[in-house]
Write a protein that binds this ligand. Structure first.
Ligand SMILES: [Mg+2]
Length: 250
């Protein structure tokens, strides 16, 4: 795939920025809680949030509370759980698109895979997000099929769909994705009228890139692999550099 190397937009102040978190702003870690967030990144995101007059959102598969914990004291607009949660302005409350409690299914999966995985770094990790469940098999890639089968069985009776990511299967509410999240955020005051730019690295980001491009904006794929995006950045370090350019830094 030959995608154009992403250039900094010509009028950076008229864009709305939508950023995936893991694998885009930070390198992926063995376990989700092990990602490294530098103060430089917090500073950069905070500066851009000011420069764009609030038109900067984190669009992640993680709950927004988890993003807040990683970026504290910074609290940005965003979509959590692939768009199930939404927060338009910093400091505003989080709204949920639907009511759903997947905890019983997550508990059943933990029992199936043995314990909570916390004590055993080689385990299959069941991440309970209440409105979604992620089964991480990065430590045991040969058990991918089993991880998917167990997840499907556990959430059989819930209105969810299964999405595959990098060494992860995720059950999440049907019909809600990063594309619908971008469209809803674009209707909010800080974002409306701007050109959306969506940057992401994984399969679930494709919906966000497609929505951005459909609205006359830009989709940027991070890393290798085919993508609907028309532009590409090599890795999170390249994303940081691109964001620095946007912020007018060297
Ligand atoms: Mg990602």
């Amino acid at each position: 795939m030959n995608l154009t190397q992403a250039a900094v937009p010509e009028s950076p102040n008229s864009i709305a920025l939508f950023l995936d978190f893991d694998g885009t702003l930070v390198e992926l870690a063995e376990r989700p809680e092990q990602v490294i967030v530098t103060n430089d990144l917090r500073q950069l995101l905070g500066d851009l949030f000011q420069q764009l007059h609030g038109a900067l959102a984190i669009v992640s598969g993680r709950p927004l509370a988890a993003i807040d914990a990683l970026l504290q004291p910074l609290q940005l607009p965003g979509a959590g759980l692939h768009g199930v949660e939404l927060r338009d302005a910093a400091g505003a409350g989080i709204s949920a698109a639907i009511a759903l409690d997947l905890r019983p299914a997550a508990d059943a999966l933990r029992r199936y895979f043995g314990g909570d995985g916390a004590a055993d770094s080689s385990a299959i990790l069941v991440e309970d997000k209440v409105l979604a469940i992620a089964v991480h098999y990065r430590q045991q890639p040969h058990r991918a099929d089993e991880a998917e089968r167990a997840l499907r069985a556990a959430v059989e009776s819930f209105p969810v769909e299964i999405v595959a990511g990098k060494f992860v299967f995720e059950a999440r509410p049907r019909g809600i994705d990063k594309g619908s999240a971008l469209r809803r955020l674009m209707q909010m005051p800080a974002f409306a009228g701007r050109q959306p730019v969506f940057i992401g690295d994984d399969v679930t980001d494709e919906d966000g890139m497609a929505a951005a491009q459909a609205l006359g904006g830009i989709g940027i794929k991070v890393g290798q692999g085919s993508s609907i995006a028309r532009e590409r950045l090599h890795d999170p370090a390249a994303v940081s550099k691109w964001l620095c350019g946007l912020a007018g830094r060297k």
